[in-house]
Design a protein around this ligand. Structure first.
Ligand SMILES: Cc1cc2nc3c(=O)[nH]c(=O)nc-3n(C[C@H](O)[C@H](O)[C@H](O)COP(=O)(O)OP(=O)(O)OC[C@H]3O[C@@H](n4cnc5c(N)ncnc54)[C@H](O)[C@@H]3O)c2cc1C
Length: 451
């Protein structure tokens, strides 16, 4: 049953809107909210049963501020204020209590970015300074004095855990850049749901269990066919289809001009218990971004410790041709590889025999930087290539797409003179040309989930 109450069947009239957003993950839901806020009638279509059931549901939802470009850093810093003031960002703070939805919550834990050659320290600190992100520059002595339960050894380059070299001792030591304002959102799927609720408060309609199987532009209107025979029409379509984004572009005949491609990549994130001594129940230790050992980790509620990977070149990458064909079961091999890397850094971490965690799929762009842009097909926009690192930037991704749609639909040549977005919390000016589909591939990218 659709939430709009629309009837189904091939004979019924097409659903119409000013803009159709395909995908109701955290990105599509944010785009829908901002388009609706801007006064457009919006229709969101998703093949899943509700918002955030795609890759968003598996997200570690880490909120951190280190990227390889100024625009990446500025976007994450501006977005942090949206997460912190989530009810205000959504526009639900003044709703009477019974009408206010349960909200996802931001937890401030801090993040340690351990040194690694792929992320030049001076450049990283320059970018943080330029965006006004508070940080501390910790020497190796300061790092281990402050976090004595953390092994401060430098082990780069990454090695397979089955290789004896992985266990070799080292006399080289790491420093870190510590950003105390980092943290995580405690429920990524709920965050997408919150955005969808907020979009509906602005009049957006949402259709779930509705798969788009064809897309064609006739005249100035995009015509979408759904698997159940229904149709939808709008002059503006936004591809926010997550790991299915490449397939949806192909379906619409879009993408020939892109210099940056996207590909789905299978990922696992594992859950263990917070290591004793590294922080306390009341105040868990900060998250750790550790490309030196090929892992990232963060605390979670109820003493959880979430462990993901940073694509160590020595471990196989699981590229997919079809995100729907992904094996949804956590594997012992991947679990052991990731959690052992984490335990090398935090020797008190206990590694249970039985793997526990989630499987998800990244929509990886060639340079691990998202594509927020128009396309050469008029009226067709993309919010794709989120590369395992854009949950945190979703509030701004919505604002970016709304700004780009508004400009392009009013005749602005965004390719020639890219739109600038000015953050309402930070005043930072963000050149949206940095997320162009026709950009030069970002050479500073770590080509990992860091971006
Ligand atoms: C394991 C994992 C860990 C992550 N950790 C972090 C993190 O710590 N911090 C961070 O910032 N980011 C993280 N990310 C990245 C972040 O979660 C994603 O960038 C973000 O969730 C992508 O959202 P989305 O809306 O683009 O995609 P999705 O959530 O995948 O939404 C796309 C939607 O499109 C729908 N769809 C697709 N094709 C069609 C069609 N033809 N018709 C109808 N509907 C369609 C799908 O059903 C789906 O619901 C992580 C991602 C994963 C997988």
């Amino acid at each position: 049953m659709s939430e709009t109450g629309a009837t189904t069947g091939a004979a019924t009239a097409a659903m119409t809107a000013d803009a159709i957003v395909v995908g109701s993950g955290v990105i599509g839901s944010a785009v829908a909210l901002e388009l609706a806020r801007g006064g457009r009638s919006v229709l969101v279509i998703d093949k899943a049963a509700g918002p955030g059931h795609g890759s968003t549901s598996a997200s570690s939802a880490v909120i951190r501020f280190m990227y390889s470009t100024f625009e990446g850093v500025a976007t994450s810093w501006e977005s942090k204020f949206c997460w912190e003031q989530w009810a205000d960002h959504l526009g639900v703070a003044r709703l009477p209590e019974p009408e206010r939805p349960a909200l996802a919550r931001f937890h401030r834990t801090g993040m340690l970015h351990l040194d690694v050659p792929a992320v030049p320290r001076e450049r990283s600190m320059d970018l943080l300074r330029a965006a006004g992100v508070p940080f501390e520059d910790l020497t190796p002595d300061e790092l281990t004095a402050r976090f004595p339960h953390l092994d401060g050894g430098a082990y780069w380059p990454n090695k397979p855990i089955a290789d004896d070299a992985f266990w070799e001792e080292t006399s080289r030591r790491l420093g870190a850049v510590y950003t105390p304002d980092a943290g995580y959102m405690d429920d990524p799927r709920l965050a997408a749901d919150n955005l969808a609720v907020a979009a509906r408060l602005h009049g957006a309609r949402t259709e779930y269990r509705a798969q788009v199987v064809a897309a064609e532009r006739r005249g100035t209107v995009w015509h979408l066919d759904l698997a159940d025979g229904r149709r939808a029409e709008a002059p503006v379509v936004v591809n926010a289809a997550g790991p299915w984004s490449g397939a949806f572009n192909a379906l619409a005949g879009v993408g020939a001009e892109f210099t940056v491609g996207v590909r789905p990549l299978r990922q696992e994130v594992h859950q263990v218990t917070q290591p004793a001594g590294y922080g306390s129940d009341a105040e868990p230790g900060p998250g750790i971004f550790d490309i030196d050992l090929g892992t990232y980790m963060r605390p979670g509620p109820q003493q959880a410790w979430v462990v993901g990977g940073t694509e160590p070149a020595c471990d196989p990458m699981e590229w997919l041709s079809d995100p729907d064909a992904v094996d949804q079961h956590v594997t012992t091999a991947r679990y052991e590889a990731q959690v052992t890397r984490a335990a090398r850094r935090l020797p008190d971490l206990r590694v249970p025999n039985r793997p526990s965690g989630v499987v998800g799929v990244y929509d990886v762009a060639d340079d691990w930087t998202p594509i927020y842009d128009r396309t050469d097909a008029d009226g067709f926009y993309v919010a794709i290539g989120t590369s395992g690192n854009q949950f945190k930037n979703a509030p701004l991704a919505g604002c970016f797409l709304a700004a780009i749609v508004e400009a392009c639909e009013n005749g602005v040549d965004h390719d020639a003179v890219p739109v600038t977005y000015v953050g309402i919390h930070t005043g930072l000016k963000i050149d949206l040309g940095a997320f162009s589909r026709k950009r030069e591939v970002n050479a500073a990218s770590t080509r990992t989930v860091l971006g």
